[in-house]
Design a protein around this ligand. Structure first.
Ligand SMILES: [Ca+2]
Length: 161
């Protein structure tokens, strides 16, 4: 029993290590930036399916926490889901990974909650001084999406963070 528990813990650690290594493996499309690995998925699915896909990868939908994150994701030049949503209109917007919401980059006139059905947020690669902007959209709409996985501190090195 004890041995089995050790083997299971070792397996979990190995899987986690592999997930982190995937970010820095040269043949993997994950991009390390600012303490996270990022991956753009080109298939178009609903917001909650995108969240599920990212969590299956051990990460979450991308959080845009500051202007550096915003200028990083602009390079992907297509609309995509980000991790921001308002699951409860009373509470307002929250990031899927629990990051505090203290940076916002809405497009002009957004969020407008059109027809009272828009509570998920997409990134639009235009407007707002060419750094892209955000729009609230119906969660069931289809979009590409970006996942992020936090990288381990040992990988960040002296220049990370
Ligand atoms: Ca809108």
């Amino acid at each position: 029993m004890y041995l089995r528990r050790i083997m299971r813990s070792t397996f979990v650690v190995l899987v986690l290590l592999l997930k982190m290594l995937r970010c820095i493996a040269s043949d993997a499309p994950w991009i390390p930036y600012n303490g996270h690995c990022f991956l753009l998925y080109r298939n178009e699915i609903s917001w909650s399916d995108a969240q599920l896909a990212c969590r299956k990868d051990g990460g979450d939908l991308v959080s845009i926490r500051n202007v550096e994150d915003q200028s990083f994701v602009i390079s992907h030049y297509r609309n995509f889901w980000i991790g921001l949503s308002a699951p409860d209109q009373g509470t307002g917007y929250v990031w899927s990974d629990g990051s505090p919401v203290n940076f916002l980059h809405w497009a002009d006139g957004q969020p407008n909650n059109k027809n009272n059905v828009e509570s998920c947020v997409e990134f639009i690669p235009s407007n707002w001084h060419k750094t892209g902007s955000w729009n609230d959209k119906q969660c069931e709409a289809y979009n590409r999406f970006i996942c992020q996985i936090p990288t381990a501190t040992w990988w960040q090195g002296p220049e990370g963070g």
